[in-house]
Design a protein around this ligand. Structure first.
Ligand code: FES
Length: 189
């Protein structure tokens, strides 16, 4: 009795399976090859945003040009211009003026800071030594030394900023501008 030809008999079942595996492997390799440039492009696209998140100044604090010793306890506020790198989604602008702050030493180891921008419409707030008040010339508004507003025109008190004393006498500040006209402090870039 003639034996069936096993090689010929197996070929129709084996071939589709091998063909399927070959297609899956080819598709996988194709995906990998396509993913490399796509991921590179994504990294390029995200890079400026990631740099922005990291912050150009590390933890966000800037060393002030005024040391603690230069500020008298319970003395007058000192106006300091803030110059720093500005980073948007795609560009870094080196050493740009971004605002100004009032620094005032209230205790031996404590300095308070206010953004000098008026929370009403953003005018620059002055300081009147004779009356010991902050004064906004745009709509004649006043703020006490602790930043409290003295009339109803500004929607909130002066914007306080975070200050740290480091290395026994350096004054470091986390600078931030805030949106004008709102009762809440809403940070703006
Ligand atoms: S801008 Fe300061 S009170 Fe109007």
């Amino acid at each position: 009795m003639p034996q069936p030809d096993l090689e010929l008999h197996d070929r129709p079942q084996g071939e589709p399976r091998r063909s399927f595996i070959t297609h899956v492997l080819a598709a996988g390799i194709g995906l990998l090859v396509g993913a490399v440039p796509a991921l590179s492009g994504l990294a390029f696209f995200l890079d400026p945003m990631m740099r922005k998140k990291a912050g150009a100044t590390g933890d966000g604090f800037l060393k002030m040009p005024v040391a603690l010793d230069a500020l008298e306890v319970d003395g007058e506020p000192q106006l300091v211009k803030i110059i720093m790198d500005r980073v948007d989604a795609w560009n870094t602008y080196l050493q740009q003026p971004v605002g100004a702050v009032y620094l005032r030493r209230t205790e031996q180891d404590k300095v308070v800071a206010f953004n000098s921008r008026c929370p009403h419409l953003g005018c620059a707030v002055d300081y009147k030594p004779s009356e010991k008040i902050y004064f906004c010339p745009c709509h004649t508004s006043e703020f006490k030394l602790d930043g409290t507003k003295q009339n109803e025109i500004p929607p909130r008190h002066l914007d306080s900023l975070e200050v740290q004393i480091r290395n026994g006498g350096e004054v470091w500040l986390k600078f931030q501008n805030f949106r004008a006209t709102t009762p809440e402090k809403i940070p703006v870039a």
